[in-house]
Each structure stands twice: as structure tokens, then as C-alpha cells.
Design a protein around this ligand. Structure first.
Ligand code: HEC
Length: 481
């Protein structure tokens, strides 16, 4: 234990760098589209049977048009062949909402025949743990590999880095997803989920390490955007925080009462429901204590964006939402869509309204707000009680969509749209899942046809907007507005 004092206090960040190295985010190869459009959740190419058939020799079985039909709408195949499922022993393939352009690119990729048949469970996740201050590999540090099927953790393996900081997990199943977790000085860091690209048998990570500090003087909240849309039964709120660590060490906060360290904190009204960590926060690393959410993850040098969303149920008449400032903030901006209910805001200054994506938003702002101050938002609800439709994604999606849109604007100016793009794609997945849920509800006669059609159309509209937007982020314009 004694010699521990000689080790510089080092920590590493979630291996964002490594992940970005392995999954290029701006180019769109067939292999990436295969992952992004969820094909890889059900199919392998040359790695054996999964939920659906192996697609290795698909060009021998079908022509391109037939494969595109499968991708665009399997129901076409089913009605033409009068067989559902078509391949005995498999469930039917669901419809996926892939654009024609992407279906063509994926088909070309499948017809390329560059992928060879591979051995079962032959995947490798390897990498190196590097001390960013010395540039040297870190020896003897614990590295865990977590395996998942869907969101379910199925296995956890431990390794210790070798002399040069290297590690390598071999013989991994192709169809699981993985994350790499590092424990150091009592703190844990974890990469985003990793999957094997269909055309590459290994994932190579570079996990950087920084020294740690408990000193918060380098931590700044540059901006807090809050987007509020009034609905008929609830108010949806999305909050974006743009934090910056201007120091050169990982900020780890001080140990709290429960001995868990906390770094950043966020205020959430106590009557909020459906709280979602959209970006930058991880359920495992947060503790909620009444109105405050504490994040316990380390904060490496650089920017960190956090997006969370929730709803507040509305009662008939006046509803007051109290907001407290819990961290000093340079600029607070509140955008309000109050088409469905009047909104008043105390303390903050009202600006001219803006129009974003054909919707008008009222705006309020505050500069240099200090911890301990606050403001309140009053929403007057005149809607008569309407059955609350339990389709969370549609209700809150408007606010989320806008938050991501604004993030797109912010990040475009900074030249890094990777995170917002990922969170958009995650939303896209959720929407597709909600459409499937909606279809099931309709089939089970749990909702009316009119409502079903309207909701489905709305969700498809959002998907189309995401596709448009991610294209925008992928190929950034030069203008900065
Ligand atoms: C939710 C799981 C799932 C997803 C996601 C999925 N598929 Fe499928 N797919 C299946 C299943 C199951 C079958 C077999 C269905 C049948 O035989 O009726 C299938 C069949 C196919 C077939 C025909 C295979 C054959 O041998 O006849 C092709 C081609 C195909 N899928 C391509 C894709 C592509 C490309 C994607 C991504 C855009 C994709 N699938 C996404 C489950 C899925």
C-alpha cells in the first residue's frame, strides 16, 4: 500500500477517443450502414446463423432488387411468395424504415463479396492504456470486458495490462456487444458499447489516462439551454448543459456523504416524471437526491455535454415550475413552445421570439447566474382532461428533437458532430421501436385508427427529419448559423 504514494494519481476517461478511432463517424460505408440500420443486431455476414440467416452468400440466392425488397419492406417478399416466414425456422423479419438510398448502399456492400467466412467466436478487442502526461503505457492496471446481449449483461472478464500497457481479449462472440471498463483509484470508467464491424475481426482501442484533481476551479458551465414544450397533459423539458474542464487533470469531485464522489450536479423539479438521460449521463453513475441529480463520473479536460429530458404533469389552471440554479452558469437560455398553453417566466429577461424549423419559440435569458438563485415558469393549462396516451417518445420527442437540433448548430460551429449524431441515431432507433409498439397496440385494438395513423405519421416524420439532419451533420456546411 505504501508504494502507492509514489504512483502519480492517474485516471482514464471513458474511451471515447478509442471508440471514435474504431468507428469513423463521418463517412458512411456499407459496413457502418449495416450496423447503423440494425442489420447486425439480427444478421452476420460469414459468422453464422443469428436471429436471421447469415447473409454471406446472399448474392447467390437473390438479385439486388430482391435484396432491396427485403431491406425496404419484407412484407413485399411475403405477399409475393405467400410464405411468412420465408425461411423455415426463422421468425419473420420486421419492417425497418431504411431509406432507398441506404438500402442500395447496403445491398452493394452485401454483393461486394469481400467478406470471407469466419471462425465462430473469433473476435478480438485489444488496445493500449496510455498515460497522457508521460505518453507511456500503463502497466498492471485492471481492465474489464463486459459482454451484453441487447442491454443485458451476460459476462464480465478481467485482465491486467502488460508491460507496455497492452491488453487483448480474444475468442469473443461476434454477436454480442461489449464495453471496456477500467477501475483506477476507486473510480470506474467505461467505453460506449462496441460491436464488431461485419468486415473487421478486431476492435482496437486507445484508452488515455490523466492525473486527477478534487479542485473544481477549472470547471465551468458555459451554457445551459432549456427547451420547454407545452402539451395537453404535460410539459416536456429538455435541458442541455455545456460544461468545460479548463484544467489539465480529470476532475473527480469530493467524496459525498455516501462516500460516492460527485462531480457535476443538476436540478430537476421534484414532480418530474419520465426522466431520461439522453446524453453524457449514465444511469449507473448518477445518484438522485430529491431535486438534485449528482453525477459521480470523472470529468476529463475538455468539453462535456449533458442532455436530460423529463416531463411535468399539468393540472387544470396555473402550474408553477420552480427552477433552482445549482451551479454558476454564464448563459442560460430558455426556449418555449407555448402554442398549447400560456407561459410566464419570472426573473429572466424575455428576448424576441425565434422561429426554428417552422415553429415559433419564445425566449428568455439570464447571464452570470449564481448558485442559489432561481426562477419560476408558470404554465396555464386550459385543456380539458384528455386521455393520457402512454407513448412517451412522441410526447417528449419534440423537445428532444429540438435539443439535438440546437446541439447540431453548436457542434457544427465546433466541427464535431459525433455525439449529437449518435444521440440522434439513438432517438431514431427508439422511434422505430415505438412504431413497432404502436403497430402492436393497433393490432390489439388498444388505440383508435385515427390516433394510430396520426401518431405513426408523426413518428415517421421525425425519422425523416433525423435522416435529413444527420446528413447535414455528416456533411457540414461552412456557414456558422
Ligand atoms: C429484428 C431482426 C432483423 C433485423 C434488424 C434485420 N433482419 Fe433481415 N431477416 C431477419 C429474419 C428473422 C429473416 C428471415 C425472415 C424470413 O425468412 O421470413 C431475415 C431475412 C433477411 C434476408 C433474406 C435472407 C434469406 O436468406 O432469405 C435479407 C437479405 C435480410 N434479412 C437483410 C437484412 C438487412 C440488410 C438488414 C438491415 C437493413 C436486416 N435484414 C435487418 C431478421 C432481421
Amino acid at each position: 500500500m505504501k508504494f502507492k504514494n509514489y504512483i502519480p494519481k492517474i485516471l482514464l476517461i471513458s474511451a471515447l477517443l478509442g471508440v471514435l478511432n474504431t468507428i469513423p463517424v463521418f463517412s458512411q460505408t456499407g459496413s457502418e450502414l449495416f450496423i447503423e440500420n440494425r442489420c447486425s443486431r439480427c444478421h452476420t455476414i460469414g459468422r453464422g446463423r443469428f436471429v436471421g440467416p447469415d447473409l454471406l452468400d446472399i448474392s447467390k440466392k437473390y438479385n439486388k432488387q430482391q435484396v432491396e425488397a427485403w431491406i425496404l419492406n419484407p412484407e413485399i417478399v411475403y405477399s409475393q411468395t405467400n410464405k411468412k416466414p420465408y425461411n423455415p425456422g426463422y421468425p419473420p423479419m420486421p419492417q425497418l424504415d431504411v431509406s432507398e438510398h441506404n438500402a442500395e448502399l447496403i445491398t452493394n456492400f452485401l454483393f461486394n463479396n469481400t467478406i470471407k467466412k469466419q471462425k465462430e467466436n473469433d473476435g478480438v478487442i485489444k488496445g493500449i492504456l496510455v498515460n497522457e502526461s508521460t505518453g507511456k503505457g500503463v502497466v498492471g492496471n485492471d481492465i474489464y470486458l463486459k459482454s451484453f446481449i441487447g442491454d443485458r449483461l451476460t459476462d464480465e472478464k478481467l485482465q491486467i495490462t502488460e508491460a507496455d500497457g497492452n491488453f487483448s481479449f480474444n475468442n469473443l462472440s461476434w454477436v454480442n456487444s461489449y464495453s471496456v471498463k477500467i477501475k483506477h483509484e476507486g473510480l470506474e470508467y467505461e467505453t460506449a458499447k462496441l460491436v464488431f464491424p461485419p468486415d473487421k475481426g478486431f476492435i482496437d482501442l486507445k484508452l488515455p489516462l490523466f492525473e486527477t484533481t478534487e479542485d473544481s476551479s477549472g470547471i465551468f458551465l458555459n451554457l445551459n439551454h432549456e427547451i420547454l414544450s407545452v402539451g395537453e397533459k404535460t410539459v416536456s423539458i429538455a435541458e442541455i448543459y455545456d460544461y468545460e474542464n479548463r484544467g489539465n487533470k480529470i476532475y473527480i469531485g469530493k467524496p459525498g456523504d455516501d462516500n460516492k464522489r460527485n462531480t457535476l450536479k443538476f436540478y430537476v423539479p421534484s414532480n418530474s416524471i419520465n426522466l431520461k438521460y439522453v446524453e453524457g449521463l449514465d444511469q449507473e453513475n448518477v445518484v438522485r437526491d430529491k431535486n438534485i441529480i449528482y453525477d459521480s463520473s470523472g470529468f476529463p479536460p475538455g468539453r462535456k455535454r449533458i442532455v436530460l429530458a423529463y416531463e411535468i404533469p399539468l393540472e387544470f389552471g396555473k402550474n408553477e415550475i420552480k427552477k433552482e440554479i445549482v451551479s454558476d452558469v454564464s448563459t442560460l437560455l430558455l426556449l418555449v413552445d407555448d402554442a398549447k398553453g400560456k407561459v410566464d417566466v419570472s426573473t429572466l429577461k424575455e428576448l424576441e421570439p425565434v422561429t426554428i424549423e417552422n415553429k415559433k419559440y419564445r425566449r428568455w435569458t439570464g447571464e452570470k447566474l449564481v448558485s442559489g438563485s432561481g426562477y419560476s415558469i408558470t404554465v396555464t393549462n386550459r385543456a380539458l382532461s384528455i386521455e393520457y396516451i402512454d407513448l412517451f417518445p412522441i410526447i417528449i420527442f419534440g423537445a428532444l428533437f429540438l435539443s439535438v437540433f440546437i446541439i447540431g448548430l453548436i457542434t457544427r460551429a465546433e466541427g464535431s458532430g459525433a455525439n449529437s449524431r449518435n444521440s440522434l441515431l439513438a432517438r431514431r432507433e427508439e422511434l422505430i421501436e415505438s412504431i413497432i409498439e404502436l403497430d402492436i397496440k393497433f393490432n390489439d385494438k388498444k388505440i383508435e385508427k385515427k390516433e394510430y395513423k396520426e401518431s405513426r405519421l408523426k413518428m415517421k416524420g421525425y425519422i425523416a427529419e433525423i435522416d435529413k439532419l444527420t446528413e447535414d451533420i455528416r456533411y457540414p456546411h461552412n456557414d456558422t448559423e
